[in-house]
Ligand binder design. Structure first.
Ligand code: FEO
Length: 403
């Protein structure tokens, strides 16, 4: 085992012993241009406890960081807050190596870990709200089902007022610094937004309930230690407020226009719609899918009020990048959007109708019927696009004023 990697103390009894993945650029279809971390934590009480593990290829880094504090074989307990393999990937090997007295997971966590690694009764299931003392450590478990897997749970460590929050409040961001307050606020907010939009957005109603539940527990939380990205030890209210805002998805005067193009006709239509939106007072994000990733569009959409989607027709279908975006967004279940469809075509022109259908399935309230332009938009067609932009802005104002 290498002794290159060191632990970082994050509170009186807890060390960060995770791994930094500087080179990952794709996480299940979500672009992770700034890499990520897989955070694991070593709790030093009279009986040491490991909270989560890391993705399998990073096992050596985890063990090296643990060994900078204690012999890994001295770990008495392991807690698995989340079964996804970026956090459980080397759990089975750790259990073999460490032979802990017990491994704890939620009831669903036990099922999921057994589905992955066939660990049988090596896993002890804990209930929602259950508190236990492991030596001097006082721990409470809190189920967070479907945030974002059925097994997900939080663990609260009362001695240090520290909440181990697994994926929640995390972000894909590889850094040499371990604390959020050491990092640029703009980068933090963007990456936290991107994480929420691409991982948690479909479960927003559950996020609202969870925030209420945590608020109602009357527990003192001084530190939030997530499983990805930096640790929050200052201004915890800021990340909580952002989660509350994102969970609501109240419409704003922001419009996302996402499109792709073959011979620039749909691009010119997008620009005319964008000009109309601006003239009507909306903030506009024009996103060409030839250069913008689906996960960046989802990120912009999280705090938007309108989504307009444009595609040429190719072989009777929506252009591939646009189809990819639509089905990705549909799965993320964005709420409270108005919008519309547009695109150019040569002879059959099915794409706009197909976009209208998908937007309907996404419960996007559509402004107009969709604009189809044969070959290249002329002055009248561009006027129509501009008017759609203006009309959408006006509708957005109404919707925002109602909210
Ligand atoms: Fe970071 Fe859902 O795993």
């Amino acid at each position: 085992m290498t002794d290159t990697f060191k632990a970082v103390k994050i509170s009186e009894h807890v060390h960060w012993v995770g791994a930094i993945d500087w080179s990952i650029t794709d996480f299940h279809g979500y672009s992770t241009d700034r890499g990520t971390t897989y955070n694991a934590y070593l709790l030093i009480a009279d009986e040491p406890i490991l909270i989560d593990t890391v993705k399998a290829p990073f096992k050596g880094e985890l063990l090296s960081r643990i060994a900078s504090v204690i012999n890994p074989q001295d770990i008495s307990y392991i807690i698995s807050n989340h079964s996804e393999m970026d956090h459980s990937g080397c759990l089975a090997e750790l259990i073999e190596l460490v032979k802990p007295k017990k491994v704890f997971a939620s009831v669903n966590g036990k099922k999921a870990l057994n589905g992955h690694f066939q660990l049988g009764e090596k896993i002890t299931a804990v209930k929602d709200g259950e508190s236990i003392g492991l030596g001097s450590a006082k721990l409470t478990f809190m189920e967070t089902r479907m945030l974002h897997w059925p097994d997900s749970m939080f663990t609260y460590f009362a001695n240090d007022s520290l909440l181990f929050s697994q994926d929640a409040f995390g972000m894909h961001l590889a850094t040499s610094e371990r604390f959020a307050d050491q990092l640029d606020e703009g980068v933090l907010e963007y990456e936290a937004t991107k994480y929420y939009a691409n991982i948690l957005m479909p479960y927003s109603p559950l996020v609202s309930k969870l925030l209420e539940k945590v608020g109602g527990l009357n527990i003192d939380i001084k530190t939030i230690a997530p499983d990805h990205g930096p640790i929050w030890r200052k201004r915890l209210d800021r990340i909580m407020e952002l989660y509350s805002k994102w969970a609501e998805q109240k419409p704003t005067m922001k419009a996302v226009v996402a499109y792709d193009t073959m011979w620039q006709s749909t691009a010119i239509m997008a620009q005319a719609i964008g000009e109309g939106l601006c003239a009507g007072g909306a903030e506009v994000k024009l996103m060409s899918l030839s250069s913008r990733h689906r996960s960046d569009v989802a990120t912009e959409l999280l705090d938007a009020g309108a989504l307009l989607v444009g595609s040429p027709t190719i072989n009777n279908q929506i252009f591939p990048t646009v189809a990819d975006l639509l089905f990705y967004l549909k799965g993320l279940k964005p709420k409270n959007l108005i919008g519309g469809a547009f695109g150019s075509y040569g002879w059959s022109g099915e794409a706009v109708k197909q976009i209208v259908e998908v937007l309907g399935e996404m419960k996007v309230e559509q402004v107009g019927e969709g604009i189809r332009v044969k070959y290249v938009p002329d002055r009248d067609a561009l006027e129509q696009c501009y008017s759609l932009g203006v009309l959408t802005s006006e509708k957005l104002k109404e919707v925002c004023n109602q909210g």
